[in-house]
Ligand binder design. Structure first.
Ligand SMILES: Nc1ncnc2c1ncn2[C@@H]1O[C@H](COP(=O)(O)OP(=O)(O)OP(=O)(O)O)[C@@H](O)[C@H]1O
Ligand SMILES: [Mg+2]
Length: 598
């Protein structure tokens, strides 16, 4: 078709679409209350964890000291939240499910000084627009409780019932009347971990309230009331973080910041354990995050994130909590004060910590790795009867059988290593630069995949098991992914929140690194929960290969470089590492000659 014809056809097509859209526009009508409520509900209630969040906020606003949460199928089938708060009488119960009905504010001025978690009178009404709801409630001086049931537009009668003081809300069949929305709910594991995260966030800022979360009579979270934020954090987060958090506090005008940060050597590869709270609301507060990032700049290399809990308190009239449909963000009127208060609090927490990374050492992990390797090699030298074997050589045990790979063209030639990171190899056509970490990672990954397909990974039974303390989300992730860990040779038993590792794959990785590896594998699953088993397994292999490979900055002797290159020569290596970064760059002599105008 000639180009003018194509243009004409396209413009005709476009005009047809516009006409169709115009026809659909029609006359303006006022939507029915039901449609309005469903549209509004969609903004407040996105998934089962939004139901849990709204119900918990109500319980906390009602002054509860103890809250029990029970869920079924990750909350998709059922969510029950029971509290011992102030309860409601029959009249309040009748209004609770009606939209814009609230006991928390009464006039416009109240919007600008909100001290409760809820204020819109929208949550219960939104929930009943998209699910079946039953509320039972009893006030302290009442002889019995009251019950009401509702589903979409039908709100039932208020009836008397027997119960203890407090309120129990049961929400069933979420999105029963919105099949498209229901279809978008994720796997039970994912929805369960979102609920755990929601309860964790609220528990972190309400330490004096006891929370218990159960599913299929299994306790997923159990936090008794404690006497302060630090005890609550330590109760929820274990591992090395437990009992090692550094505390700092600062005030700037009427802004108060209380922070708990882990020392830099306990940094992570993801930002999952950075929590910011404003007036006991867990929100994504960017100013505080910026202060955190700046304060840790000299303590952490790039791509590493601190563990931090930041509590900011400021007068309610200096923030706007009414800017986000799910109340996940607030607007702070004087962010500069918040920045200064948080920064000073973190600086004071870190005041005794040495600035390891100011001099540009490439990675905190590499530093730790080197220290452990050094300690290990000193030990081995002292005990001469113990066979010493460099970790690199150990890695290559498993890389011997290579016949099935196609020969690649990494030629023979003289080589040397630049900056302990890049191998420069002279070739007849010029020279090649190879990233030592990327190449080693690629070789290990390819071999691990082949081994897994053939006979499985070789195991190393541990004389002294490794114990990794998991947080509640990680416990759930482990339970749903036991098979995956087993396939990788990580034989582990869960005891409460302690994961005891009995065997690991034989990769020559120092034992001290396994805690990090397990956390990283968990984080990857949490961040990409709906990936299928094969992809999750593949990602885990990439993590293992990355951890087992020599690092950039790690000195290799010429024998080791030679081994690395000859392994690479014997197999077909794609030009990238398993994560897709290039591993090889060729420099033809002709190009070099052109540079020098030869
Ligand atoms: N667990 C509870 N205990 C006591 N009263 C409750 C409880 N849950 C809800 N209520 C009452 O029902 C009202 C409506 O609750 P709903 O969650 O719909 O709105 P809200 O909390 O006022 O505002 P928001 O929509 O922002 O959550 C509340 O204002 C409160 O008076
Ligand atoms: Mg509410």
């Amino acid at each position: 078709m000639a180009s003018s014809q194509v243009r004409f056809a396209l413009s005709l097509d476009y005009r047809r679409t516009v006409f169709k859209r115009a026809r659909l526009m029609g006359r303006i009508k006022i939507l029915s209350d039901e449609v309005v409520r469903r549209i509004a509900a969609g903004e407040v209630i996105e998934c089962p964890s939004s139901v849990v969040k709204e119900l918990l906020e109500n319980s906390l606003d009602a002054g509860a000291h103890k809250i029990d949460i029970t869920v079924e199928e990750g909350g998709k089938r059922k969510v029950v939240v029971s509290d011992d708060g102030c309860g409601m009488d029959a009249d309040d119960l009748r209004l609770a499910l009606v939209s814009h009905a609230t006991s928390k504010i009464s006039d416009e001025a109240d919007i600008y000084r909100i001290e409760t978690l809820g204020f819109r009178g929208e949550a219960l009404s939104s929930i009943r627009s998209v699910a079946s709801v039953e509320i039972k409630s009893r006030m302290k001086d009442s002889e019995h409780g009251w019950l009401i049931r509702a589903e979409a537009e039908r709100i039932g009668e208020v009836l008397p019932c027997a119960m203890n003081c407090g309120t129990t809300v049961t929400v069933e069949n979420l999105f029963f009347n919105l099949p498209a929305r229901k279809k978008f709910l994720r796997s039970e594991q994912f929805e369960t971990s979102r609920i755990i995260e929601t309860v964790t966030k609220l528990a972190l800022c309400h330490y004096d309230v006891a929370f218990r979360l159960t599913q299929k009579s299994q306790t997923l979270l159990n936090c008794p009331a404690v006497d302060g934020y630090l005890s609550r954090i330590n109760g929820l987060f274990g591992g090395e973080t437990k009992d090692s958090l550094l505390e700092g506090q600062a005030e700037e005008s009427d802004v108060c910041a209380l922070v708990f940060v882990a020392p830099p050597y306990l940094s992570r590869t993801d930002a999952r354990i950075i929590y910011t709270f404003v007036n006991n609301r867990c929100v994504k507060e960017e100013t505080a995050r910026k202060a955190l990032k700046d304060a840790f700049k000299e303590h952490l290399p790039s791509q590493r994130y601190p563990v931090a809990f930041i509590y900011i308190t400021l007068p309610p009239e200096t923030i706007d909590v009414n800017i986000h449909p799910t109340k996940e963000a607030v607007q702070i009127k004087k962010p500069a004060l918040v920045y200064t208060a948080v920064r000073r609090a973190i600086d004071s927490a870190l005041s005794g910590v040495r600035r390891f990374y100011a001099g540009g050492i490439s990675s905190g992990l590499a530093e730790r790795h080197r220290q452990i390797e050094q300690a290990l090699s000193d030990y081995l030298k002292r005990n001469a009867d113990v066979p010493t074997q460099k970790p690199l050589a150990v890695h290559f045990h498993s890389l011997k059988k290579q016949n099935e790979f196609v020969e690649e063209t990494i030629p023979d030639g003289r080589f040397f290593v630049l900056h302990n990171a890049y191998i420069a190899l002279e070739t007849s056509e010029g020279f090649i630069l190879i990233d030592q970490h990327a190449l080693h990672e690629r070789l290990i990954y390819d071999r691990l995949r082949a081994l897994l397909a053939e006979q499985g990974l070789r195991l190393q039974r541990l004389l002294v098991p490794i114990t990794v303390r998991l947080d509640a989300v990680e416990v759930t992730v482990f339970q749903y992914n036991k098979a995956l860990f087993k396939t990788l040779g990580i034989d582990a038993e869960l005891n409460g929140t302690n994961l005891t590792i009995l065997s690991i794959p034989d990769l020559g990785v120092v034992q001290g690194e396994w805690e990090n590896i397990v956390h990283q594998m968990m984080s990857e699953i949490i961040e990409q929960p709906d990936r299928d088993y094969k992809t999750r397994l593949d990602n885990a292999l990439k993590t293992l290969a990355c951890k087992a490979a020599v690092k950039a900055g790690e000195p290799l002797d010429s024998r080791e470089v030679y081994t690395l290159l000859s392994e690479a020569r014997r197999c077909h290596i794609p030009a990238t590492c398993p994560h897709g970064r290039p591993l090889i760059k060729r420099f033809p002599l002709s190009e070099v000659e052109r540079w020098f105008k030869r």
